[in-house]
Design a protein around this ligand. Structure first.
Ligand code: KG4
Ligand code: ZN
Length: 396
């Protein structure tokens, strides 16, 4: 007879934004199932996620998605060792749907409940896959760039030698928009579909990345010099920080559109895409709807954003002595980002890993994987677990 603690089957549930997801993962490394019900087409009509609609859809989807994850994994609820759920950050109403259902399951099945930070989940999407593929373990400390529609964060991650639990230190974050948000807003401004990342990813290679020289002003903070104290300055924790800002480039694109009188062609493209929803980012019709000026603008935007992410990440890795790099989150699906990060990491001899495309965007396998070390350490949530929309990962 099987001893359940030997198999480590964890059901993960994720509902922080616009995907209702459930997955069964064994011992933090093998996904037996990974089901995602995307609400993307629903929110596409509004050009962004509408919180009330998201909560309603999660309510509609959570039970069938969990059932499907269990069916595909060929396991019964009794076989599970724990239920893991995203506690935050995310939309309060959306998070609550997953949390409430996970709590009900945990209570009814008398299995432990584990709360997971969504950002930690994105990092574990990569760690899970490197473990599963038996590729060399990522050497610690690792530097993780989590870059998505809601987040642009840099973390130094370490594992406790005794408990094996992970700890994180935030060493960079966006001071305004997330990188994915900039992709979505620029795509919307240029009359492209939602979410904008895949559109710009597919169209940028058709333009000249050096046509429009976008620049970033660096927001790099240094810790105060030893012995120098300034009581009026905001309290700083240790070490240098490598922050991001993406609202400036969004405004620069808007200014470019205005000064180059692109409005008319943008509205024509928007109307054409609305009239024919079968046009996808990769279809030739999408390229045909863009003139050279638009393609050059998209290519230049992407070149600048990826360049900025790359510069800050490498500067942080070097300054903080990271032994490997992990890039995760929706924007990590970007092909130019993967190519340039890989090339630069290779040049410096730094191991780098990205999640498979399926695990780049929101999913529940990453939540179940991140829960595994907590399960081993018996780090369980209590029954009063609630949603924490602004939940942070690690100290800054
Ligand atoms: O991780 P995710 O699914 O949800 C959040 O936690 O935000 O990320 C979604 C974001 C969106 O902003 C989307 O435009 C962006 O990831 N994205 C991409 C690509 N695929 C998705 N950005 C650039 N290139 C892509 N291929
Ligand atoms: Zn995410």
């Amino acid at each position: 007879m099987r001893k359940s603690s030997e198999t480590g089957l964890i059901l993960g549930i994720e509902s922080s934004c616009d995907e209702t997801a459930a997955a069964v993962v064994r011992a933090g490394s093998t996904a037996l199932s990974n089901v995602v019900a995307s609400q993307m087409s629903l929110h596409a009509n509004y050009g962004g996620v509408v919180p009330e609609l998201a909560s309603r859809e999660h309510l509609r989807n959570v039970v069938p998605v969990v059932r499907e994850a269990m069916r595909r994994a060929s396991v019964s609820f009794e076989d599970l060792d724990a239920i893991a759920v995203t506690e935050g950050p995310g939309l309060a109403g959306a998070l609550l749907v997953g949390i409430t259902y996970a709590k009900a399951l945990s209570f009814g099945l008398e299995k432990p409940l584990i709360s997971v930070n969504h950002l930690e989940g994105h990092i574990h999407a990569v760690l899970m896959e490197t473990r599963e593929s038996a590729s060399a373990a990522m050497e610690l400390p690792l530097l993780a760039l989590v870059v998505s529609g809601g987040h642009t964060h840099l973390y130094v991650a370490r594992q406790d030698a005794n408990s094996n639990t992970w700890n994180y230190r935030n060493v960079g974050r966006t001071v305004d928009d997330a990188a994915g948000e900039a992709y979505d807003k620029v795509a919307k401004l240029l009359g492209l579909g939602y979410p904008g990342g895949p559109w710009i990813d597919a169209l940028a290679p058709h333009g000249n990345p050096r046509a429009v020289p976008f620049t970033f002003s660096e927001i790099k903070h240094r810790a105060p010099r030893e012995g120098v104290t300034n009581k009026k300055a905001p309290t700083r924790t240790d070490g240098p920080h490598f922050d991001f800002s993406f609202s400036g480039i969004k405004t620069a694109v808007l200014r470019y559109v205005e000064t180059h009188h692109m409005r008319e062609s943008i509205e024509a493209r928007r109307a054409a895409l609305t009239a024919d929803p079968s046009i996808t980012p990769k279809s030739p019709a999408a390229v045909a709807l863009c003139d050279k000026q638009t393609l050059d603008l998209l290519a230049s935007f992407q070149y600048a954003v990826v360049g900025n992410l790359l510069r800050q990440t490498l500067a942080a890795a070097e300054s903080l002595g990271a032994h490997s790099i992990v890039v995760s989150g929706g924007v990590a699906a970007n092909s130019e980002l993967r190519r340039r990060f890989q090339a630069e990491a290779d040049r410096r001899g730094l191991p780098i890993a990205f999640p498979s495309l399926a695990l780049s965007t929101d999913n529940a396998a990453m939540i179940a994987a991140a829960a595994w070390p907590k399960f081993v350490a018996k780090d369980f949530a209590t029954e009063d677990l609630g949603a924490t929309p602004q939940l942070r990962l690690g100290a800054r």
